[in-house]
Design a protein around this ligand. Structure first.
Ligand SMILES: Nc1ncnc2c1ncn2[C@@H]1O[C@H](COP(=O)(O)OP(=O)(O)OP(=O)(O)O)[C@@H](O)[C@H]1O
Ligand SMILES: [Mg+2]
Length: 507
């Protein structure tokens, strides 16, 4: 017997080092002007759900893109199940058992679920295989609690269902290591619960999972350990059972953060935004808003609470004049700042520079436009000022906005919309995908707008955010306002019932 074998046999089992699925050692990755990963160390144990946490731009997505073969690191080593590997493409990583669910799904909408899953796996399937394939996929999805119909066409599916298809795809390709980049940012609370259940089952059956999320309650609920990144470096790895949400937040940001309600009661003034009996149709031609009446006064924040898909999107678009009304009236007393829920679709032009994006709405006005000529100097100066004021992490204002991390992209939109002193502020899901310090910052900005006399309408599926910021809360359910309550009298249980359509108050 060799020394090593003796040592192994004599080692008590409870101190045995756990098997490692992934080791990332000293990973470095630079982009022009940015060090995205600066010697990052990270370990994933077999069968563990491990959170990767960090502020916007900390380098999480970059690190995962390196692990799944999208980028090659400038330096550092990757080991899978204790063996060094080098990936030259995502294909190499998939072959090694790594599956990644990106935040922007990569499905072909006109194909069925089953066809999407086998796409790129084999050269094609024979007709008689289709039935077998469907049966097999059904069995696999049942095994993990992933309710999906293999025959459904993808364009019919909700976002949550599409995400399940992405997960099933990675399982079907034999992924032993699953990476999810902010999977819950796009889900309803019920879908989040379902997803966390699926992840637990996958882990129980041996899959090792890396979970990126800004939501600390989810991290605490489902992860055994957490690794925190800050500015491209590893701050540390802790066990969730040994720490609190507050400690995690502090590790991420490097200081105390406070997300408690601190503002004084509002002193509402005149009505600045009024909706009277507003009826609007969805893209599919079904009534999505059904007689909405609502008034927002100067100096108050009205929160629209509700489960996603109850007319929030249509309400936002109707107020922003992006969707026609079938009936009713919307009266705006002043100009509108719009922080859109779909930041890439409506908020930003990804191929345009940070500077261009920062003046998108003012591009025809002086000083940015003088006698029909763009004043580039003025645009650059203004953009630099926004970058500083809103703490946007970018190496230069000249790079395309699409290259920024998710949270930094949102800060550009916010800076652009809030720096012009509009009378009405429409903020739709303003903190989706943002880290805690960015959320704290944006909340302060919205409260500052209210303080300066703006009428703020906040549409958010985060009930906590609604409770923290609103003076009055209106609950939207199936296109109707089913209740309006004063925030300081709001009862979470009652709001939950309203949101689920179980009660209605005086409507
Ligand atoms: N392809 C790229 N080209 C240039 N810079 C990039 C590229 N990808 C990422 N970066 C930069 O690298 C840094 C890290 O970005 P990354 O997307 O990894 O952050 P993140 O931790 O995922 O942030 P978020 O929580 O906002 O998604 C950022 O400053 C970002 O602007
Ligand atoms: Mg990211």
């Amino acid at each position: 017997m060799t020394d090593l074998e003796t040592a192994r046999l004599s080692r008590p089992s409870d101190t045995e080092t756990p098997l490692l699925a992934v080791e990332l050692i000293g990973i470095c990755k630079q982009f022009p002007g940015v060090v995205a990963n600066d010697g990052v160390n990270f370990e994933l144990r077999c069968g563990e759900i491990h959170a990767l946490l960090g502020g916007n731009g900390a380098g999480k997505t970059t690190l995962m893109n390196i692990l799944c073969g999208w980028y090659e690191p400038d330096a550092g080593e990757i080991r899978l199940f204790s063996r060094p590997v080098r990936f030259h493409s995502p294909r190499d990583a998939i072959a090694a058992g790594i599956g990644m669910v990106h935040q922007h799904f990569m499905l072909v909408e006109s194909f069925t679920v089953a066809d999407n899953i086998i796409l790129g796996q084999r050269s094609g399937i024979l007709k008689e295989d289709e039935k077998r394939l469907h049966t097999r996929l059904k069995a696999v999805s049942n095994q993990y609690g992933l309710q999906i119909d293999p025959a459904a066409e993808v364009w019919h599916l909700s976002v949550g269902e599409q995400q399940r298809v992405e997960i099933l795809k990675t399982i079907d390709r034999g992924a032993k290591i699953l990476i999810l980049d902010e999977p819950t940012a796009v889900l309803t609370p019920q879908e989040v619960e379902e997803l966390l259940g699926v992840l637990r089952r996958l882990a129980e059956q041996g899959t090792s999972i890396i979970f990126i999320s800004h939501k600390l309650n989810e991290v605490m609920a489902v992860c055994a350990r957490v690794t925190v990144l800050r500015d491209g470096r590893t701050v540390g790895t802790v066990e969730t059972k040994d720490c609190t949400e507050r400690q995690l937040a502090q590790m991420m940001v490097g200081r105390e953060v406070s997300l408690s309600r601190t503002q004084a009661p509002s002193q509402p003034g005149e009505p600045l935004l009024t909706l009277k009996n507003v009826w609007v149709e969805s893209d599919r031609g079904i009534p999505a808003l059904r007689g909405v009446n609502l008034t927002v006064h100067a100096g108050e924040i009205v929160g629209i609470a509700g489960v996603d898909g109850n007319g929030q999107r249509e309400l936002e678009e109707a107020i922003a004049s992006l969707r026609p009304l079938n009936q009713g009236k919307i009266m705006l007393n002043g100009t509108l700042a719009h922080i859109p829920s779909d930041r890439y679709g409506m908020g930003l032009l990804s191929d345009f520079s940070v500077a261009e994006n920062s003046v998108l709405r003012e591009i025809r006005k002086p000083p940015f436009n003088q006698h029909g000529f763009l004043n580039l100097q003025a645009i650059l100066e203004y953009a630099l000022q926004l970058v500083q004021q809103f703490n946007i992490r970018t190496p230069s204002v000249k790079i395309p906005a699409g290259k920024l991390s998710g949270g930094n992209a949102q800060r550009i939109v916010l800076g652009r919309e809030l720096s012009q002193n509009h009378q009405v502020v429409l903020a739709a899901q303003p903190t989706r995908g943002l880290d805690i310090s960015a959320i704290e910052y944006i909340h302060h900005q919205l409260i500052a707008q209210r303080h300066e006399g703006a009428a703020v309408l906040l549409i958010s599926t985060e009930l906590e955010e609604i409770l923290r910021l609103s003076d009055r809360i209106a609950v939207l359910y199936e296109g109707k306002i089913v209740g309006i309550v004063d925030a300081h009298e709001a009862d979470v249980h009652h709001l939950g019932l309203l949101m689920a359509g179980k009660v209605s108050c005086g409507s």
